[in-house]
Design a binder for this molecule. Structure first.
Ligand code: NAD
Length: 484
């Protein structure tokens, strides 16, 4: 029986096949004990009409091997195609996206030679859940979903990661000054869990200033934990300030399956030119080798790679006149790494991984605390574009409705209160959010809401969705509108 570890490999699109070839050549030369199952994914599969972008057998391979080394792919623009990255992350529960970002100064030019940060990005929720709807002629919606278990899992992972790798500080980044409920939950969970790790410093930054600080003072960060979209953006910023997006690798970790890739995309502008830097995928593969219990091979490759950088053998994206000694293509760079297997960097700190790094982190969630949920109203969204869209016209008509005490309290348009007492200057689209509650915000029933909707329909309005208003343990669980 083979002692080799079976892994699933996808060559991907654009520069994918070139960087995968280079990476696998290095892995084989370093004697990595891997047995490769190649699957077809990406553009060609999408264009065959398979909306997931993966051949049917691909999922079976992943279920069997549980380890996926993946090149970037190109998701065709336009409707009907699901991002296979998102599908793989969510289908296999790959909740943590770990993206280390380190400076390799002076061999790769950066203004911040001390940068050594790790971004831990939530990988399954947020705007990436892909729940989008066109609701009216003018308005499109993308739903942002943030859950307590999802937030707790990633925040715990970040603290456990910091503990395991001796990192000193975990910074949380959110936009909870605006998204008080969704981002507010993530921040709250962070504050709760931080108390369980008293030896680790903690910090919170609003994502906009946080991103600016990563661009300006990346060396002040250690571990950063954040929501899916923000994590995606800041990891490109962080990779770029350390020298090139072509350098960063990433691990997508779940309880059973893990996927390893480069952080960059398929770079169609340089595809097929043997110009791409294979380091991002190689760094992903190094994380994979640690994960599958081959830390000594990971160490050998990482050290040879650093030595190659020190020797000034650089691909075009990191090449610098006067500092680099030779500009090479993708395959020649891989060959240079292979020639240095067994050597260590002279000036940079050599890599060190050990068996303990391969032990998966166990993330245990706290049992949910039961809460009392009460229905206290409903927002009815209406598509309406009559006349000159005067909010008073729709407002006065909807005021005729009374469903067991549920009456119109206010109307907003794109979140701004326009009725009663709106401002003439406010621009209105065809998308109206009409809030119905009883005068004292008392408890209502689903039947009351059904009665209300039938009255809305009788008045001739096109309702496009409803959003129930709840209180949890007596606390209002929906945002107030501006002007409320
Ligand atoms: P990109 O990361 O592919 O390219 C951005 C820029 O960085 C380009 O100028 C490119 O030439 C350069 N670059 C990227 N990787 C490089 C490397 N290894 N060596 C040297 N230079 C490199 O981003 P994009 O252009 O926005 O996206 C292109 C495609 O990739 C899109 O279809 C996008 O959907 C896809 N994408 C895929 C993934 C993934 O599969 N994980 C991630 C991001 C983007």
């Amino acid at each position: 029986m083979s002692l080799k570890r079976k892994i699933t490999v996808a060559y991907g699109d654009g520069i994918g096949p070139e960087i995968m070839k280079a990476t696998l050549n290095i892995l084989h030369a370093a004697d990595a004990q891997i047995d490769i199952d190649v699957i077809e994914i990406g553009e060609q599969v999408y264009l065959k009409g398979i909306s997931s972008g993966m051949e049917p057998g691909a999922f079976e391979s992943l279920k069997e091997t549980k380890v996926f080394l993946k090149s970037p792919i190109t998701t065709p623009q336009g409707g009907g195609f699901k991002s296979l990255n998102v599908t793989t992350r969510t289908s296999f529960g790959l909740f943590a996206n770990v993206r280390p970002c380190k400076a390799y100064s002076p061999y790769i030019k950066t203004h911040y030679p001390k940068t050594d940060l790790v971004i831990i990005r939530e990988n399954e929720e947020d705007l990436y859940a892909g729940i989008e709807h066109r609701q009216t002629d003018e308005v499109f919606q993308c739903l942002k979903l943030i859950s307590r278990p999802g937030s707790e899992k990633i925040v715990r992972y970040a603290f456990e990661y910091a503990k395991k790798y001796g990192r000193k500080k975990v910074t949380c980044m959110t936009k909870d000054n605006i998204m008080k409920l969704a981002d507010g939950l993530f921040h709250k969970v962070f504050d709760e869990i931080a108390k369980e790790y008293p030896t680790i410093q903690t910090d919170h930054k609003i994502i906009d200033i946080g991103t600016a600080l990563i661009a300006e003072r990346p060396d002040t960060f250690d571990v950063i934990v954040t929501l899916n979209l923000y994590g995606d953006i800041i990891s490109d910023v962080a990779a770029q300030v350390t020298g090139s997006v072509g350098l960063g690798g990433s691990a997508n970790v779940g309880e059973e399956v893990a996927m390893f890739e480069a952080i960059h995309g398929s770079a169609p502008d340089i595809a097929g030119m043997d110009m791409a830097n294979p380091s991002g995928l190689l760094n992903g593969a190094i994380m994979m080798l640690v994960h599958i219990g081959q830390p000594e091979v990971a160490e050998k490759i990482s050290n040879a790679w650093m030595r190659t950088l020190e020797d000034g053998i650089h691909t075009g994206d990191i090449f610098q006149e006067g500092l680099s000694s030779k500009k090479v293509g993708t395959q020649e760079f891989a060959q240079a790494v292979i020639e240095r297997l067994g050597q260590s960097p002279i000036h940079m700190v050599p890599a060190h991984f050990d068996k303990s790094d391969t032990t998966p982190m166990q993330i245990k969630l706290k049992p949910a605390v039961p809460v009392k949920k009460t229905l206290i109203g409903v927002d009815v969204f209406v598509d309406w574009k009559e006349g000159d869209r005067d909010p008073n016209t729709i407002g006065e008509k909807l005021r005729e409705i009374n469903a067991n005490g549920l009456t119109l309290q206010l109307i907003t348009n794109r979140g701004v209160k326009v009725f009663p007492g709106g401002m003439r200057e406010t621009f209105c689209t065809d998308h109206w959010r009409c809030r119905f509650q009883t005068a004292d915000q008392s408890v209502v029933s689903h039947r009351d809401i059904l009665d209300l909707l039938s009255q809305v329909e009788k008045l001739g309005f096109d309702f496009i969705k409803t959003e129930q208003l709840y209180a949890f343990d007596g606390v209002r669980a929906y945002s107030l509108t501006q002007g409320e």
